[in-house]
Design a protein around this ligand. Structure first.
Ligand SMILES: C[S@@+](CC[C@H](N)C(=O)[O-])C[C@H]1O[C@@H](n2cnc3c(N)ncnc32)[C@H](O)[C@@H]1O
Length: 170
């Protein structure tokens, strides 16, 4: 019994350490994990209006909450997440919920090509918004929709906003 408890606690301890180590790494490479509220996800989705023929990508998908809400619209949902603990958590939730049109990829988003993406959702930090803007404008198709939670892209006029959520058309 004590041995079993020891194994369980060691496992939990490892996961917690891994989460914090990768949170620091994620801050260096992009942004820390701060989840978007359900209410704001609904607002973001109403701005980008994903449809059945769309591929939606959440760049830095965290625990997968944007994907899980977006899947109800029938679009194909892809999450890109660098933190392995969040990647596994979101993967397990999507398996339990049997969400067939959700895939989650553990990757550094700067290496993920956006040319086949119709709808992009993101929640990043101001210091990375210029680099992200360049990536989006270089890779995404004209007419594709991007919604940013909280922060605007520098020198790019948004098409619409709802509070601190900003819609951009490439
Ligand atoms: C502010 S959170 C947003 C989470 C989720 N999109 C939401 O709105 O609830 C940013 C997420 O991006 C991830 N992230 C940061 N840098 C990344 C990178 N270079 N590649 C992939 N994911 C990254 C973090 O681990 C974190 O989960």
């Amino acid at each position: 019994m004590i041995f079993f408890l020891y194994i369980l606690l060691s496992f939990l301890y490892t996961i917690i350490i891994l989460f914090f180590v990768y949170t620091i790494y994620a801050i260096k490479k992009g942004a820390p994990f701060v989840p978007t509220s359900t209410k704001n996800i609904a607002k973001m989705l109403s701005m980008v209006k994903p449809g059945e023929s769309d591929v939606l990508v959440d760049l830095g998908s965290g625990d997968g909450r944007i994907l899980f809400q977006a899947t109800k619209t029938g679009c194909r949902c892809i999450g890109i997440e660098i933190n392995p603990t969040l990647y596994w958590l979101s993967k397990i939730i999507s398996k339990i919920r049997r969400l067939n049109n959700v895939s989650i990829i553990r990757e550094n988003l700067w290496n993920f090509n956006l040319s086949k993406v119709d709808v992009l959702t993101l929640f990043f930090i101001p210091s990375k918004m210029m680099k992200l803007k360049q990536k989006i404008q270089n890779e995404m198709k004209p007419g594709s929709r991007v919604v940013s939670n909280m922060f605007q892209f520098p020198n790019w006029q948004y098409t619409e906003n709802s509070g601190k959520m900003y819609l951009y058309i490439v």
